[in-house]
Design a protein around this ligand. Structure first.
Ligand SMILES: *[C@@H]1O[C@H](CO)[C@@H](O)[C@H](O)[C@H]1NC(C)=O
Ligand SMILES: *[C@@H]1O[C@H](CO)[C@@H](O)[C@H](O)[C@H]1NC(C)=O
Ligand SMILES: *[C@@H]1O[C@H](CO)[C@@H](O)[C@H](O)[C@H]1NC(C)=O
Length: 432
């Protein structure tokens, strides 16, 4: 009887629960268990060139979870919510070569946090909330070659002394670059790499007037336009800089030199200046889609020997100046849609270049002006242009030597004294 009563009571309670939203509660608790599982399962394991990657980026993680595969080489934890790295957090991952912790909320790293990472070469801690750290945390990682620390509010006081000295050892040239002091005021904006370490622990630090050779404190505006503080860098699988949607008006300065993919899309860049990318020699993909580009200097792409893909879609381009594309030897893909291409004489250079580079596939080259050609593929416009001007008429009065550039004559039928008819003179024109 008592048992039956108990059961009945249970039933009644259960029914009442169900009536007043027990269903919702059940859903919620199922959600929760799903969520926990999902965090662990959602991370993607993959193998590239024999190296194992474990990708747990952007998963709202606040800690490293148990049960992750231990034989991985690369652990990607960017854009989570980790705040503290405690002792031995990574000690299971003995094969780890790179550890990406950027864009978390890390404000504290315990001295033994990186214990066991004896093979780690790359550690990314940029875009976090670190103000102090000591060299001690680096001792378990004798192979460390590459460490990013910028965009953290470093407090340049005595506690930071050992780390600063470590960063400044000449052989550590890829460690701690671009990291700045946020505090105290007299050091604010100075690079950790270049700080006089002697001053950090000097007892009268507060009172010492630090000599600024040439007043080196970076003005805020200059800091703001620096690529490394504005954009996010990624190392795997290839060095990539993501500057999209940052309201940029110009291409930022100091793009790290090893970047392979550069995303500048969805900004407000109106023009590309001369030699804008000249030092970023490994660049393979450049995305300038969704800007307000009207004008590209003829030397803007100088040095981009290996660029394979250029996205210029969704801009305000009307034509290319003569010579703009000449530096792009290995281009394969050129996206040109959503630009107000004007089908008049100036567009011929682009068609001419494309004709001479048959390996380049291009998309989106459609006339928007003048009205009579609106919606036409630009190639078709050029064809009718040439049909309207029969060749023999145009060629009257040209010397035999000039005739060698046949294709160009087709495309540039207005002969006359225009210098770009003679291929030998391309170089000169580019500079004018
Ligand atoms: C350095 O810059 C500060 C702030 O702009 C200014 O007040 C100071 O006079 C400058 N010092 C020198 C030596 O130019
Ligand atoms: C360039 O960026 C735009 C917008 O962010 C994107 O839609 C497009 O796919 C990107 N192009 C390439 C080639 O990655
Ligand atoms: C073109 O660029 C603008 C500004 O960046 C963006 O808002 C828009 O979505 C883009 N359009 C397309 C079709 O990508």
């Amino acid at each position: 009887m008592r048992l039956l009563c108990g059961l009945l009571l249970c039933l009644v309670v259960w029914a009442a629960e169900a009536r007043k939203g027990g269903k919702g509660r059940r859903m919620r608790s199922r959600d929760r268990s799903n969520t926990i599982k999902r965090f662990a399962e959602d991370c993607k394991e993959s193998t590239v060139n024999g190296e194992k990657f474990f990708d747990c980026q952007e998963r709202h993680l606040t800690a490293v979870l148990l049960g992750w595969p231990e034989d991985i080489h690369h652990l990607l934890l960017a854009r989570n919510k980790i705040q503290v790295l405690r002792d031995n957090t990574f000690s299971h991952f003995r094969n780890l070569r790179s550890l990406d912790l950027q864009q978390n909320e890390i404000s504290r790293i315990d001295e033994g946090a990186f214990n066991g990472l004896s093979r780690l070469t790359t550690l990314l801690l940029q875009h976090n909330r670190l103000s102090v750290a000591s060299e001690g945390m680096l001792i378990p990682m004798p192979q460390l070659k590459y460490m990013r620390l910028y965009d953290n509010p470093w407090r340049c006081e005595c506690q930071l002394d050992s780390l600063v000295r470590f960063i400044q050892v000449p052989s550590n040239r890829n460690i701690g670059n671009y990291a700045w002091c946020a505090e105290p005021r007299e050091f604010s904006g100075r690079q950790l790499k270049k700080l006089d370490a002697e001053l950090l622990c000097s007892p009268q630090q507060e009172n010492v007037l630090i000599p600024h050779p040439g007043n080196q404190t970076l003005p805020a505006s200059q800091k703001k336009s620096d690529a490394t503080s504005l954009c996010h860098t990624y190392v795997h699988p290839v060095p990539r800089l993501d500057c999209s949607n940052r309201d940029l008006k110009i291409v930022p300065a100091d793009i790290p030199l090893d970047i392979v993919r550069l995303d500048l899309s969805r900004n407000n860049i109106k023009q590309l200046r001369s030699k804008e990318f000249v030092k970023v020699k490994d660049l393979k993909l450049l995305n300038l889609s969704g800007n307000s580009l009207e004008n590209i200097d003829t030397a803007a792409f100088m040095g981009l020997l290996y660029l394979g893909e250029l996205d210029l879609s969704n801009n305000s381009l009307r034509y290319f100046q003569y010579g703009v594309l000449e530096d792009l030897y290995f281009l394969r893909k050129l996206s040109l849609e959503d630009n107000p291409w004007i089908c008049d004489y100036n567009i011929h250079y682009l068609i001419y270049w494309l004709k001479h580079h048959p390996s380049v596939s291009h998309t989106g080259l459609v006339c928007s002006e003048p009205e009579e050609f609106r919606g036409w593929p630009v190639e078709n416009y050029v064809k009718t242009y040439n049909a309207d001007c029969p060749k023999d008429k145009q060629l009257a009065g040209i010397t035999g030597q000039e005739l060698t550039a046949e294709t160009e004559e087709e495309l540039f039928p207005e002969l006359g004294p225009r210098p770009y008819r003679v291929p030998k003179k391309f170089e000169i024109i580019r500079l004018t």
